[in-house]
Design a protein. Sequence first.
Length: 216
Amino acid sequence: MAAPDTLYLKIDQNIVVQDYQVYLQDIASMECTSEAVLRQLKQKKIYTFQEKDTPKKKKNRIQVFSVLKIIQSIHEEYPDLEVQNIGEADFIVECQADVTENKMLDRIKTAVLCVVIFFGAAFTIMTFNNDVAVADVFSQLYTQIIGRESDGVTEIEICYAIGMPIGIMIFYNHIGKKKVTHDPTPIQVEMRKYEQDVDKTFIENAGREGKSIDVS
């Protein structure tokens, strides 16, 4: 007796699709011992978003699934197929069909955000320097090393002013559009953590409200 075919299924936690009709190949990476079965499953429809939902109703463009529902749908056509899930147990599918991007608005938002961050960072640095009395420390250090009173602007202040922006650029791993190293920047790391927390919260809320598509 031949061993049953095996399907390896991998689905990420958050998937974006560009059509109202969602097929299995749109949300999953698959590998199967049978090429014929794999070709058929790639064309299997999983879900259909309502086209009447407008982009403003974003909550209607997002659906939470359990991978068990996907496995159940697969077994409806291939009951003897062994499915090995190596991805997420619960995942989100977001439809962005007919969603138009306003590039000018995005640029305006980016510019406003940059201005706010710039002045916010400048204010933070100034208040920090005042609290720890950096100017007094530099003045005393200059007097001890050079042997005369500081006139307010010395080599120490100049080096400090040059070194601070260089240190910030190195820490954030960015000089203009170029990276200092190939490692993710601290902002990218925090953004990924934030996205993961949002996805987990959305999945948990959908489960508690009974809005997740799961097996009965």
